[in-house]
Design a protein around this ligand. Structure first.
Ligand code: SF4
Length: 448
């Protein structure tokens, strides 16, 4: 069995603070209104294949831990109108882009993408392919809720050409699931995996959350064992972010016991040991993958990248975000869509980008973004001499981390140690020039 270094409680408490998860840099709170000409310039400059993310915000019922942008809806008819909006929005983005660009990656997240009926989903994917023809070897990924998805939905997901499915499992213990308002008998998860495999789709991932109410070492061990027993190619293990001032439904969880920092550290250790013993490789901060998964090859080649979907093998492409709240990154610019569906629709109908805020990166932002992304993905980063000079103050601030055995700094290189991986958000925050001045740090979850 693999063994892992686990930080002692004193170290955890010393480094416990609030910091971003760095799915972008600068992070979304730094975004500000951005002119349409900036977006057009970024779109027009790009060449090569594109990556698309479409946000489907609808869910049948709210899970109380949820941190996503969702709209609770009981009627799948709304999907027709929403798909119309997504395709009209996609056409707006495509207009200034150079001809001949192909779609190398499509990710559907939410919310619950399979809230869309099979015909709606097919129309969406075909409409996107009409704008950006699908590249050979493209990855089409979709998040699936095992509680609400039907056999017909899953068979259509495969028929329409999705190559990867991520199942939102979160936990398998009945008590934990009841506490978070997500009853989900495990046989629904098993049956979804079996249906997908029978239909010929083998790239299945599972999302789990640790730090949830009512979780204990015992329940969490059972969850990890049950999920490992299904042998999904990838497992994403996210730490629950308790931010009830941003997500009021989370207040409902405060009547239950939640694992403290020490408990969460033990759960992280349980997951690493059990999944390591089951043959999984650790990928970045919070993912595990079987050796034949593309993420492992990407990690070994040093090409692993990170975006809003987590770790990806397609991170260098222009990313277009479609749908309410979606974020894109193209031509050195971030663009985030409006979150209100009515306003999003009105902008699209008027032929305007539905962008609420964005950010044009400076050279300094690009350097810091590269450093943070490489640390998050590969746990190490190299600097050219001029880069090390411009980040001299930040590198000096790593001295306490080095004294605690979390990083090793040599000229032109910072490497995160095995122990330091647990504190990767703290290490990356050192290079975030906006965080210190950010008086809204409460919006971020705790690092440990
Ligand atoms: S199904 Fe997923 S997106 Fe919808 S409320 Fe639950 S956790 Fe949030």
């Amino acid at each position: 069995m693999s063994t892992f270094t686990t930080p002692d409680p004193a170290l955890v408490s010393r480094y416990r603070t609030r910091a971003p998860r760095y799915t972008s840099y600068p992070t979304a709170p730094q975004f500000a209104p951005i002119a349409a000409q900036e977006l057009v310039a970024g779109l027009a400059a790009g060449t090569g294949p594109v990556s698309l993310y479409a946000h489907i915000p609808f869910c049948a019922k709210r899970c109380h831990y949820c941190g996503c942008h969702v709209e609770i809806h009981g009627n799948r008819d709304i999907g027709d109108r929403y798909v119309d909006g997504l395709l009209a929005e996609a056409a707006l983005w495509a207009r200034p882009m150079q001809a001949g660009r192909q779609m190398a990656q499509l990710a559907l997240g939410g919310g619950t993408p399979t809230f869309l009926r099979p015909a709606q989903l097919t129309r969406l994917v075909d409409g996107l392919r009409a704008l950006w023809p699908q590249a050979a070897g493209a990855e089409l990924a979709i998040e699936v809720d095992p509680r609400t998805v039907t056999k017909e939905d899953l068979e259509n997901v495969v028929a329409v050409g999705f190559t990867r499915v991520n199942l939102g499992v979160q936990d398998v213990d009945e008590g934990v699931l009841a506490a978070v308002n997500r009853p989900q008998p495990f046989h629904l998860v098993e049956s979804a995996v079996a249906t997908l495999r029978r239909a010929g789709l083998n790239q299945v991932g599972v999302d789990l959350v640790y730090g949830l109410p009512q979780q204990t070492d015992e329940t969490f061990t059972r969850t990890i064992e049950a999920v490992a027993g299904l042998a999904p190619g990838r497992i994403a293990l996210f730490q629950y972010a308790h931010v009830p001032w941003l997500k009021p439904a989370q207040k409902l969880l405060e009547r239950f016991a939640r694992p403290d920092a020490e408990g969460r550290t033990r759960m992280w250790k349980i997951a690493r040991e059990k999944l390591g013993a089951a043959g999984y490789r650790e990928i970045g901060m919070d993912h595990f993958a079987l050796p034949d998964d593309e993420l492992v090859a990407s990690l070994e080649a040093g090409h692993l990248q990170r975006n809003f979907e987590g770790y990806t093998t397609h991170g260098g492409l222009d990313l277009l975000g479609l749908g309410v709240s979606a974020i894109g990154f193209f031509g050195g610019r971030y663009a985030q869509n409006r979150k209100d569906r009515e306003g999003w629709e009105a902008d699209i109908e008027a032929g305007r980008f539905p962008t609420e805020r964005g950010f044009v990166l400076s050279d300094d932002d690009h350097l810091r973004r590269r450093v943070i992304m490489e640390l998050f993905c590969n746990f190490g980063v190299r600097f050219a001499p001029a880069e090390a000079d411009s980040l001299a103050a930040e590198l000096a601030r790593l001295a306490p981390f080095e004294a605690d055995g979390l990083v090793v700094c040599t000229p032109g290189r910072v490497e995160v140690t095995e122990l330091g991986r647990f504190f990767i958000r703290n290490v990356c925050a050192t290079f975030d020039k906006y965080l210190e001045a950010d008086d809204g740090k409460r919006r971020y979850s705790e690092t440990a």
